[in-house]
Design a binder for this molecule. Structure first.
Ligand code: ADP
Ligand code: MG
Length: 339
């Protein structure tokens, strides 16, 4: 019998459009003889759209307003064999939707509440990975209340890391709200921006020099495998929003032209991180590689990476011989697997 799949896309985060693009690809790729797929687009206001509006949202790349509140919809999610929450960022990739689906008793693709929530928050990720012995840059946490009551304290904390440093909202993605701060005179504006988007902000030391950026895919539940390693190259100062989403600004190299032992370390560290964070299904793990010293630091873990036909994650597994259709089929199988 065909499996009934509910494909969730869009959502309330800044990555709404990216999610709808990914969903279009996944919808086209899930084999029709095995799966009966119902897409549901979630508007930027968080409403779940009916079928005709969802079709339009997938075509236009943005979900119109309207639709039902999520709580009205949970009951109607019953009867599906699995949900594919192809949502990026807050209110989708951060354990919220995963909690809802867990309560509803429906299997779903990807990490559960714990793995999703911890991996979404850059500070929590760093704390867990530090305890797993994974190399990372030096960092500090600041919360919004401190920035409104003790600015000098926050500035001093930043100064401990030295300049340049990165200021990031702890729970966003797509480089939204991230600044590279070259000196103390740029710090306040960067903190104002980050705190306008999140209650928690991470200050990060910059790597010793400009890093090479390596990414690796992980696939599986409790016996995960790692893909070949890929590399991103771009001309901009760092991998910012514009570089990520403007056609032709970044080049992807698979496999990354790096020594064999570096690739092996990347894959091992990615698998260790996946386990430490209690991830499931899939994750893309991103690294900085300092060629001169051979140093490798883990930057972040994405539990629902971009998933268009040309996105890094599917490309990495394609290089390992697993085509896009087979990959999405495998992800649904992993969701249905007894853990
Ligand atoms: N500590 C750092 N040292 C050097 N470059 C960094 C550092 N942190 C971030 N960057 C640059 O900023 C980009 C975005 O940061 P990242 O933490 O990956 O944010 P996002 O979760 O939005 O993708 C990275 O891909 C890299 O180019
Ligand atoms: Mg990133």
């Amino acid at each position: 019998m065909k499996k009934r799949i509910l494909l969730l896309a869009g959502g309330q985060s800044g990555e709404h459009e990216v999610s709808l693009m990914s969903a279009r690809s996944v919808l086209a790729a899930l084999p029709r003889d095995q799966f009966d797929v119902t897409p549901v687009a979630i508007s930027k206001q968080g409403r779940w759209l009916p079928p005709t509006d969802t079709r339009q949202a997938l075509e236009n790349g943005v979900a119109a307003t309207g639709g039902d509140l999520v709580l009205h919809r949970v009951a109607s999610a019953e009867g599906y064999d699995a949900v594919f929450p192809l949502l990026h960022g807050p209110m989708g990739e951060d354990g919220t939707v995963q909690g809802l689906l867990t309560l509803a008793g429906i299997p779903f693709v990807g990490s559960g509440v714990l793995g999703s929530a911890v991996s979404m928050d850059k500070v929590m990720t760093k704390q867990v990975l530090a305890s797993a012995g994974i190399p990372q840059v030096a960092w500090r946490l600041a919360v919004r209340r401190e920035w409104s009551t003790d600015q000098d304290g926050v500035r001093a904390r930043a100064a401990e890391l030295g300049f340049p440093l990165f200021v990031k909202p702890a729970n966003l993605g797509s480089s939204v709200g991230i600044s590279k701060v070259h000196g103390p005179e740029e710090l306040d504006a960067a903190l104002d921006l980050a705190f306008s988007l999140d209650r928690r902000v991470i200050l990060e030391a910059m790597t010793a020099s400009r890093p090479r950026e390596l990414e690796v895919g992980v696939l599986g539940n409790d016996a995960p495998i790692a893909s070949p390693v890929g590399e991103l190259r771009f001309a901009s100062e760092f991998y910012d929003y514009e570089t990520k989403y403007t056609e032709g600004r970044a080049e992807v190299h698979i496999p990354a032209p790096i020594p064999e032992d570096v690739a092996r370390r990347v894959r091992e560290l990615a698998l260790t991180a996946f386990r430490a964070l209690d991830c499931a299904g899939l994750a893309r793990v991103d690294f900085f590689y300092l060629e001169e010293s051979g140093e490798l630091v883990l930057n972040e873990v994405n539990t629902m990476p971009g998933f268009t036909q040309t996105s890094m994650y599917p490309k990495l597994f394609e290089a390992a011989g697993l085509g896009y259709s087979e990959l999405v089929t495998r992800l649904v199988e992993l969701a249905l697997e007894e853990r």
